[in-house]
Design a protein around this ligand. Structure first.
Ligand code: AMP
Ligand code: GLY
Length: 441
């Protein structure tokens, strides 16, 4: 079986790597892929843009690809899955209608209200004056969210009313373009955040192992938000009984509400949850795709052939698949980023030591922002890996215990020669001391 993965991040490297672990999968084509997928045996990068629908469809049909797995939200929101399906390509990923669950926070809030899914109280505004009046009445802390996709930067958690008002004014002054023409103002929730990535064929929905990530750049969860600086799975914050509640209180009602709108949703439904101090799960966001870097932590634990899960979602046979099998182990992923990230950072940094860092069979380095340097004439040897992004590598490892997985990750990082990079040394600090329950599931 051959398949296409669309995207170029660490998540897509992990998706391709997981597919290729199965002997059934003989080739994965990444469109466009990155330096890590270029190095991955069995994987081939094809330099197409993610909106070149006809070229992607031709690549899928001519090469008899079993499916196209779309990684990022932007092409899904722009209807890539619909356009490929219209050309009779099997796609994992919702159409633009279903992707609204991520591309419009107001739409997602309405859906949650329809489905009676527990979430923060909220109101939607299309002008600054009424939004500010609402904040004056509600007080702080309060959360201001641009309605549309804003590359993870559209949310302000305002501890003071003045911060909320500033966020409202900047959204309506065009900071997020069309994405900020409508905003959602939401009740501030406290508690630990957990990412539950569930797969669905539109009829049946099943969660993968719950994970946690670290969004903030600084140790102790300080500083600005990033795309994610590290993740681990499973997490003791979401034991099996709580996950069962997420299934019955969040995932199933949401899928039913999508069905009630005649939306045929085949792909990932990612529930970003807060477990409140009372122990209740509440949704803070939905995403229509795999999480990054959660995927890099979750998938190394998967024992069920990944292509079986993807195929079952595409073919609407998920209910016939036996329960997903997971390694009885713990997994962690730590992101190495270019100095300066999430602010301005340098690109083109040379990365060495990858082979020795990956020598351990339970350690894998997922590339996020890298490329293979092509040009030896410019003094760079063929095969040199260079950075192209802010988040550059995700170093993942599995081990019988969470502590051992983290120790493997940090020992691999020590072997990577990557001047001009940094990483957090405290990934998992929120669950240290809660380790029982991290082992197995
Ligand atoms: P989102 O893009 O919706 O995931 O929001 C980004 C981050 O803002 C989340 O990961 C949370 O840390 C925080 N956040 C979002 N909504 C809330 C909320 N209602 N209460 C507290 N924190 C929130
Ligand atoms: N790790 C957060 C996200 O993928 O949105």
């Amino acid at each position: 079986m051959k398949a296409i993965v669309v995207g170029s991040g660490g998540r897509e490297h992990a998706l391709a790597w997981t597919l290729l672990r199965s002997p059934q999968v003989t080739e994965v084509v990444c469109i466009p892929g990155n330096g890590g997928t270029a190095r991955l045996p069995g994987c081939r990068n094809v330099a197409m843009a993610m909106d070149e629908v006809d070229a992607i469809a031709r690549c899928a049909l001519v090469n008899n690809m079993a499916f196209v797995l779309v990684g990022p939200e932007q092409p899904l929101a722009e209807g890539l899955a619909d356009k490929l399906r219209a050309q009779r390509v099997n796609v994992f990923g919702p159409g633009a209608d279903g992707a609204q669950i991520e591309s419009s926070k107001a739409w997602a809030k309405d859906l949650m209200a329809d489905a009676n899914v527990p979430t923060a109280a909220s109101a939607v505004f299309t002008d600054a004056d009424s939004a500010i009046a609402y904040v004056e009445q509600q007080g702080a802390p309060i959360v201001v969210k641009a309605d549309g996709l804003a590359a993870g930067k559209g949310v302000t958690v305002a501890m003071e009313k003045s911060d909320a008002i500033a966020a409202i004014q900047s959204a309506f002054s065009g900071q997020f373009g069309a994405a900020g023409e409508r905003i959602v103002i939401e009740e501030f929730l406290t508690g630990q955040e957990v990412s539950v990535l569930a797969v669905t064929d539109g009829q049946t929905i099943r969660p993968l192992l719950p994970a946690q990530d670290h969004k903030q750049v600084g140790e102790g969860d300080t500083g600005p938000n990033t795309g994610g600086m590290g993740a681990y799975a499973p997490t003791p914050v979401m034991p099996a009984d709580l996950l069962a509640r997420v299934q019955s209180e969040v995932l199933e009602p949401t899928l039913n509400a999508l069905k009630a709108k005649s939306i045929d949703y085949r792909g990932v439904l990612y529930a970003g949850l807060i477990v409140t101090p009372a122990g209740d799960p509440k949704v803070i966001e939905f995403n229509c795709r795999f999480g990054d870097p959660e995927t890099q932590a979750v998938l190394p634990l998967l024992e069920t052939p990944f292509e079986d899960i993807i195929t079952a979602c595409c073919d609407q046979t998920l209910s016939t698949l036996s329960a997903f099998k997971w390694k009885a182990a713990a997994s962690a992923c730590v992101v190495m980023a270019a100095e300066g990230y999430p602010g301005p950072y340098k690109k083109g940094l040379v990365i060495g030591g990858l082979d020795s860092a990956e020598a351990d069979e339970d350690t894998v380095i997922f590339h996020a922002g890298t490329r293979m340097a092509q040009d030896s004439a410019q003094g760079t040897a063929q095969g040199t890996v260079k950075s192209t992004g802010g988040r550059v590598l995700g170093v993942s490892a599995i081990a019988p215990t969470f502590e051992a997985a983290l120790a493997k990750v940090y020992s691999a990082i020590d072997k990577i020669d990557f001047p001009g990079s940094f990483y957090r040394r405290d990934i998992g600090h929120r669950v240290k001391g809660m380790a029982s329950g991290m082992e197995g599931n």
